[in-house]
Design a protein around this ligand. Sequence first.
Ligand code: M6R
Length: 614
Amino acid sequence: MCGIIGSTGKKASLIDLIEGLGRLEYRGYDSAGIAVISDLSKLERLRAVDGTASLALLDELSKGINGVYSAGIGHTRWATHGRVTTENAHPHFDCTGNIAIVHNGIVENFRELKEELANAGHVFTSQTDTEVIAHLLENYLKEGANLTSAVSLAMTQLRGAMAIVAIDVNDPQTIVACKRMAPLIVGSGNEVNFVASDVPAILGKADTFYQVGDNQVVVVSPEEISLYDLSGNQLELSKIDVEWDLDAAVRGGFHDFMSKEIFEQSNSVRDTLLGRMNPDGEIILDEMRLKIDDLQEINKIFIVGCGTSYHAGMVAKYAIEHWTRLPVELDISSEFRYRDPVVDSQTLVIGVSQSGETLDTMAAMHEASLLGAKTLVVSNVMGSSMARAADAVLYTRAGPEIGVAATKTHTSQIVALLLLALYLAQVRHNLQLSEVGEIFSELQLLPPKIDQILETNDKIASVAQSMVDVKRFYFIGRQIGYPVALEGALKLKEISYLPAEGYPAGELKHGPIAMIDADAVVFGIATRTRLWEKTISNIEEVKVRGAKVVMIVNSGDDASSSLGDLAFEVPQTHPLLAGVLDVIPLQLFAYHLSIALGNDVDRPRNLAKTVTVE
Ligand code: M6R
C-alpha cells in the first residue's frame, strides 16, 4: 500500500528519487522519506510527515544534504502499523545505522519476530512491522551473509505480501530488493538503474524495464541487474513492454489527474477495442491462454473484484448471462475466499482489478485456482502479479491511472468484459458471427458518444457547484442502472466524503424510501434500457416525497427529462452497453462537487490507489 523506489549509478540523483516518489504518491501519502549513501560511506536519512505536503517538505529538506550519492531508496507511506509519525516513516534502520530499508505490504508475523529480536538485544525505534526486516538483515550480515543472501534469508522468515528494498553502507553501490504478492519492477537507464513499485515512477528515467517475480531477489548495481531465487540460483531477466510515454503519466494540462483521466475515456475505450476483431469478423483476445475446448466446457462463471472493479463486473454480468446463457455469480473479493464457494474445473473465475495487485482479489483468484477453477484476470497493468498468475489475461489498455478514484479504467474494464462475453458467446456458439459483429460495431461507436457526454462538462459543473450545501445523495437504477448507481455513489463518497448511497430503484419501497425528504438529492438512472418504464415509476415515488431529482437520460428524451428537476444527457447505445456511458456524468458530477468543496480529488483522505493489504 506504499510506494517504493531505489536508484544506483553515476547519474543517480535525489531529484529522480523525489520525482519518482511524487509519481507513487497515489499509493499513499501519510509521510515520505529517503535514505542515501553519500561519499560511499555515510548513510543519510530524511523523513517528512505532513500528509499530502510531505513530499514538498522532503524536497525542501533534501537541499540540506549532498545530492550526489551512490545508492538511495525512497518511500511514500500509507500507514498500516504504527501511527503517522516521523519515527514510523520509512526508511527504517537497523541498530548499527548501516542498513536502510523501505517496505510496501505487511509483515504478518512481525510481533513474534520483534519479540525475538528485542530479546536478543535489538533496539526498536518505531511501531512499524517494517523495522523487524532491518534488524533481521543486521543479524544475517553479522553472521557473514552479504546483503543479497541476507534479504533472501529474511524473506523466508517473513510472512505476508510485501516488497522490500535495502541498502547497506558496506556495499555502497548496491540495491537489493525482493517481492512477494506486491508490485515491484526494475529499470535501467543511462548510467543509473532503478527499482520501483511501478513503471510510471521511473518513466523517462529508465528506458528498459524488467519484471520481478514473487520470491525473486533482484540485485541492482551501477553496472548490472541480476535476478535470483531465494536459494541463490540466478534467473533470467524478463523485459516488460512499456508503451506508455512520460506524457501519459503526468497531468497533461489538466488541473488534476482525475479530470485528465475522465477526459481520456474515449481514447481508453478505443484502445481497449483495438485489434480485437479479425478480418473474418471474429473476436480475438490475444492474451487468452485458455483453450477453446476449456471455454466450451465451462458451466459457471464467478466474477470477483473490489470497489469500482466489482461494479464493472456487475455491469458485465447482465451481458455475459444474456449472450452466453452461463450463470454468473458476483462476489466481493474479500468475501469470496472465505465463503467456501462452489467452484470446480468447469468454473471460470474472472478477477477484475485495475492494478492487478489488489490483495483481496489476488487472494480470491489464488483460492479459485486451488479449487481447480480456470482463472482469467482483467487488468490495466501489464505483467502485474495477477496477470502473471492467472490462466488468461485481458488487458484494458487504459494507460496509467494515477487518480485514486478509478474512472477511465472502470469504463475500459466494462468494455473488456463485454469483449470477453462476446468471445465466449462466439466460441460456445451462442451468438452468430453476424450478431457478434453487430454488437462489436456498437462498441466501436462508444468513443464518439463518450466525447458527446464530455461536452456537457460545463453544465454538470454548474449543477455540482449549486449543490455544495446538499448533505445526502442517493443514486437509483434498475438492471444495468443499478451498478451504475452504486458506482455513482462510490465516486461521490470517496472524493466528496458526503453520504451517498446507491440502490436498486425497485428496492426503495422496501425500506430506504423512508430516508427520502426535501433535503435529499436523488440521481435516477433512466436511460432507455429494458426496465425504463419501471425505473421511471420508482423515480416518481421519490419525487412525490419531495426529493430533488437529477435524471440521467438519453439525449433528446424529453419525456424522461421532464420528470426530473434537472437532467444530464447521454447518447443512446445497445442496452447492455449502457453502463459505459451512463456512469460518465456521475463521474463528472462527483469530480466537480469535490472540487467545489475544496477537496484534493487525486488524493482523497484515507484511501490509497492500490490496496495491497487484506
Ligand atoms: O486495482 P483494483 O481495481 O483491484 O482496485 C479495486 C478497488 O480498490 C478500487 O476500485 C477502489 O474502489 C477505487 N478507489 C475506486 O475508485
